[in-house]
Design a protein around this ligand. Structure first.
Ligand code: NAD
Length: 372
């Protein structure tokens, strides 16, 4: 098979779905690798680094020969039109957005795998792009907060007296939140975390942070959180409002699968915080954990708290984010690669459940309902 990658066309996307390292691994599995000229440039992988790939020319030339196209962002309608019928696309396809794109994939009889649909089982961990990219986001969010804060993170003992460490609170202790906690700790802050899944207490403490107990526990199915009841929400909010008065920096990462991000920090709570406090809301793009946050902007509250809503954080560390993303895709594709040929095993739940469209059909029930 020809496995291909093109330059990402979405604005602000610097990651590439195929790195030179993975091109080599694919070749080792008997596949041929095609890259659009300059595909890796935004991630600092020049064409010359792809020693095991053929530089196929422009996007149209690459797409027209692809059996398998690897993507970060969903393909555009134009790209879908240039793909051959029956070819395979693997990427973060955002099935809940742009129904016209899903219809185009279906109508072109593309076999599309949306990596956000990958079941989160133990066997799937090495393919889990949501986890690898969330880790990048958690790390970057803390650096952004540290940069924006008018305070140091660490404690300093100097001739000019002692500087007390910043108090940092991480809301949501999933993959992004735990990486945020670890990063804030490394910068020397006094860190607290909280989550509604009780098992996170031990995980937070193992990173040297304190578990903030707000008295609300809401474990859902499959290791995820469930949505809080109105009563639980109110209790969480009351306990949190009081606590936030002493906090210098907050990074919010809370999410519930398939829903808008839970609203956790109200404007009134922000207005009760100290001037100069900084909040970075990783969930700003998916609805926001913070009432004041806006995706792609910094909002300053009446009392001087900066609320930062970063977008596509993973793209801001494109070398390492691409390396992990590309390895995740390789591990997924490897399930179907036998002696350089593609052989999809529909009895494998990782293949079946990650499939969005195949052979002119939408295979993911919730998306079909949305599109038709
Ligand atoms: P996520 O991005 O869906 O959510 C982030 C965090 O927000 C979660 O920890 C969630 O509990 C928390 N949250 C939701 N509502 C909240 C609220 N109202 N207040 C505070 N926190 C709230 O989750 P994620 O990071 O992708 O993963 C969560 C967990 O899933 C992991 O820690 C792990 O146990 C499991 N997981 C398993 C695999 C696998 O086995 N392949 C892969 C990834 C994750």
């Amino acid at each position: 098979v020809n496995v291909a990658v093109v330059r990402e066309t979405s604005s602000n996307e610097r990651r590439v779905a195929l790195t030179p390292e993975v091109a080599k691994k694919l070749k080792g599995k008997g596949a041929s690798v095609l890259i659009e000229q300059g595909a890796g440039d935004p991630a600092s992988f020049p064409d010359a680094a792809y020693k095991d790939a053929e530089v196929a020319g422009d996007a149209a030339a690459t797409l027209g020969r692809a059996d398998v196209l690897l993507k970060v962002q969903p393909p555009s309608l134009e790209e879908i039109a240039q793909l051959r019928e029956g070819s395979v696309v693997i990427g973060l396809l955002q099935p809940h957005l742009a129904p016209e794109r899903i219809r185009a994939l279906r109508d072109r009889k593309i076999t599309a795998f949306a990596m956000e649909l990958l079941p989160r089982t133990t066997r799937a961990q090495a393919m889990d792009v949501l986890s690898s990219q969330a880790g990048v986001a958690g790390y970057k969010a803390v650096l952004i907060a540290a940069e924006a804060s008018p305070k140091f993170f660490p404690m300093l003992t100097t001739a000019a007296g002692t500087i007390r460490p910043s108090k940092v609170l991480i809301v949501g202790a999933g993959v992004a939140g735990l990486q945020a906690i670890a990063t804030a700790r490394r910068l020397g802050a006094q860190v607290e975390g909280f989550d509604v899944r009780p098992e996170t207490k031990e995980q937070i403490e193992s990173l040297g942070a304190k578990f903030l107990d707000l008295g609300v526990s809401a474990a859902g199915s499959g290791g995820y959180a469930r949505e809080l009841t109105a009563e639980e929400r109110e209790q969480q909010q009351r306990a949190l409002a009081e606590h936030l008065k002493g906090i210098d920096v907050i990074v919010t990462t809370a999410a519930v699968p398939g829903r808008k991000a839970p609203r956790i920090i109200s404007t009134a709570m922000v207005e009760g915080m100290k001037p100069g406090a900084v909040i970075v809301d990783i969930a700003a793009e998916t609805g926001g954990n913070v009432e004041l946050s806006e995706a792609g902007r910094t909002v300053v509250s009446k009392n001087g708290v900066s609320v930062i809503g970063p977008v596509n954080l993973a793209s801001s560390a494109p070398i390492h984010a691409s390396e992990m993303y590309s390895r995740n895709l390789f591990n997924f594709l490897e399930l179907s690669l036998k002696d350089g040929a593609l052989n999809l095993d529909w009895d494998d739940e990782l293949i079946a459940k990650t499939c969005l469209t195949h052979a002119g059909e939408i295979r993911h029930e919730p998306t079909r309902t949305l599109v038709d």
